[in-house]
Design a protein around this ligand. Structure first.
Ligand SMILES: Nc1ncnc2c1ncn2[C@@H]1O[C@H](COP(=O)(O)OP(=O)(O)OP(=O)(O)O)[C@@H](O)[C@H]1O
Ligand SMILES: [Mg+2]
Length: 317
């Protein structure tokens, strides 16, 4: 009998490789990049967010905000894995109120693209800029820039051919990008959003809109007119938003927008509850149009279920 071959030595992966692997979880497609970057802008308290995409996000995804910004030291730290300003301890994970908390998004995106990060906080006179290619820092410089942050992601998956191959057509990826933007813009009607596709403005939504006006801007005036306001408190859960008349029904649940504490979630329990509410009002193969915001004590929901955070667990589910 042949002796067993020697076991390969165990070794720590180089950081670039570890980041590429982590990127596989966070950056599924261009729309995931858009979502992560805009969530960072929202967490930074932005009042205005501009998003530019080109070629289905493969060539360009740029997010510019007027949020708190980062100082020069934080700029480099932000690109390190597990570096976050949003939680500091395990206890903080219980009841986390920010959209991000894993400290994974920026390094993951930087590992699989050519990324420029430029930022200036209010207290700094000059801004800082870092250029990264496939996770390797190429340039750190001082630049003049307005307060806030710009993240520009070019050539997504240029160094991960396997991932690139799984991208769908430009039209399909553009659809996913727009859908991600719509969810984010519905999550915060008070924040201004500008969305440009190949240089053309698709959405230009001013700040301070109420939900109905925002819904009209994103889903169309007719849809907004055929929706009724919902405002209820049930135990620890406050429910508010808009529910479509049965006549607005659709073949898919693609316009069932449910948000938990300002985060879009696709949750089985919530989807079921929505379908139940419309039971008997529309054919069983039709789905309603709803935009519903649930607010509850963050300690009652666990968002640390999946890297993309689109699933949650409710305590006492
Ligand atoms: N637009 C921005 N404005 C200000 N600070 C930002 C911005 N984007 C990122 N940062 C800073 O960089 C850090 C790292 O961002 P990153 O998205 O990688 O992690 P996170 O948001 O903390 O967690 P997650 O991985 O869950 O998104 C953030 O914690 C924040 O301090
Ligand atoms: Mg983040």
């Amino acid at each position: 009998m042949d002796p067993a071959p020697p076991a390969p030595a165990i070794r720590l992966l180089p950081e670039e490789v570890a980041n590429q692997i982590a990127a596989g979880e966070v950056v599924e497609r261009p729309a995931s990049v858009l979502k992560e970057l805009v969530e960072n802008s929202l967490d930074a308290g932005a009042g205005r967010i501009a998003v530019d995409v080109a070629a289905g996000g493969r060539r360009l995804i740029r997010v510019v905000d007027d949020g708190a910004g980062m100082g020069p030291d934080d700029l480099l730290l932000a690109l390190e894995r597990h570096a976050t300003s949003k939680v500091a301890s395990a206890e903080d994970l219980v009841g986390v109120a920010s959209l991000g908390f894993r400290g994974e998004a920026l390094p993951s995106i930087a590992a699989v693209s050519r990324l420029t990060l430029r930022s200036r906080p209010a207290w700094a006179e000059a801004g800082g800029q870092v250029r990264v290619e496939g996770g390797v820092i190429r340039e750190v410089s001082e630049v003049g820039c307005p307060m806030g942050t710009l993240v520009e992601v070019k050539d997504l998956f240029f160094n991960t051919p396997a991932r690139r191959k799984f991208l769908k057509s430009q039209a399909t990826e553009s659809g996913h990008l727009a859908a991600a933007l719509v969810r984010l813009a519905l999550s915060r009607p008070e924040v201004a959003f500008r969305y440009l596709v190949g240089g053309q403005a698709l959405y230009d939504l001013p700040a301070g809109q109420d939900l109905a006006v925002r819904v009209a801007g994103l889903l169309g005036r007719q849809a907004a007119e055929d929706m009724l306001a919902v405002d209820e408190q049930q135990g620890p859960i406050a429910l508010s938003g808009l529910a479509g008349l049965p006549s607005l029904s659709r073949a898919a649940a693609d316009q069932v927008y449910t948000f938990v504490n300002g985060r879009f979630v696709r949750d089985r329990v919530l989807l079921h509850a929505v379908n139940q509410a419309y039971h008997g009002l529309m054919p069983s193969d039709r789905r309603p149009v709803v935009v519903l915001h649930l607010s509850l004590d963050p300690e009652l929901v666990d968002v640390n279920v999946h890297p993309a955070k689109s699933e949650v667990r409710f305590r006492e589910q």
